[in-house]
Design a binder for this molecule. Structure first.
Ligand code: MG
Length: 180
C-alpha cells in the first residue's frame, strides 16, 4: 500500500507543535527577563499545552501503526521589543498553525482518511480558541500602551492561568493511549 501523505503531514505536525512549545518557552524566558512573571506563567502553561498537542499527533500515529520520525526544532526569534510584540508574534504563529490544520483536513479529505477526522476536528476548534486568546491579549497590550500601569494589571491577570492535564492525553504512561 502506498504510504499516505496524511501520515507524513502528521509527522511534520509533531514538529510544528513542539516548535510552538519551544517558541512559547522562549517567550516565557523573555517575560521573566522583563520582570513580567504573570505573562511568563501564561507562556509556560501554553508551552505545556503545545506539548500535549504534539502528543496527540504522536499517539495517533502510534495507534495507527505508523512510524514517528522526530525532526530538528527551529524557532525564528528569541527576543522581542515589547510584550505587545511577543503576543502579536504568538498570534501570527497560531494563524500559521491553523493553516497547517486546515491543510491536514484537506489532505485527509482527499485521501478519504475518515479515521483522522475526529482528532482533526478537535484541532479545528482548538485553533479558534488559540487565535482568539492570543489576539485578545495582543489587543489589550496595544490598549495598555496608551495607559500607564495597565501593563501590570494584565500581567497579574495572566498570572492566574493554570494547567490541568487533559484526561485523554498521556505523556508518561507509555506508548499509545491517545484514545484511552
Ligand atoms: Mg498547538
Amino acid at each position: 500500500m502506498k504510504a499516505k501523505k496524511i501520515f507524513a503531514e502528521m509527522n511534520d505536525q509533531v514538529k510544528y507543535e513542539l516548535e510552538s512549545a519551544y517558541l512559547y518557552l522562549q517567550m516565557a524566558a523573555y517575560f521573566h527577563e522583563q520582570g513580567l512573571d504573570g505573562m511568563a506563567r501564561w507562556m509556560r502553561v501554553q508551552a505545556l499545552e503545545e506539548q500535549h498537542h504534539a502528543m496527540k499527533f504522536f499517539d495517533h500515529l502510534v495507534d495507527r501503526g505508523q512510524p514517528v520520525t522526530l525532526q530538528p526544532l527551529a524557532i525564528k526569534a528569541t527576543s522581542w521589543k515589547s510584550p505587545r510584540e511577543a503576543f502579536e508574534a504568538a498570534y501570527a504563529h497560531e494563524q500559521f498553525i491553523s493553516g497547517r490544520i486546515h491543510l491536514l483536513v484537506e489532505v485527509a479529505n482527499t485521501e478519504k482518511d475518515h479515521a483522522a477526522m475526529p482528532m482533526l476536528h478537535w484541532f479545528l476548534n482548538e485553533q479558534i480558541e488559540e487565535e482568539a486568546n492570543t489576539s485578545k491579549i495582543a489587543q489589550q497590550l496595544r490598549q495598555a500602551e496608551k495607559a500607564g500601569g495597565a501593563l501590570f494589571m494584565i500581567d497579574r491577570e495572566l498570572g492566574t492561568r493554570s494547567f490541568t492535564i487533559p484526561p485523554e492525553v498521556t505523556i508518561v504512561a507509555g506508548a499509545g493511549g491517545a484514545g484511552a
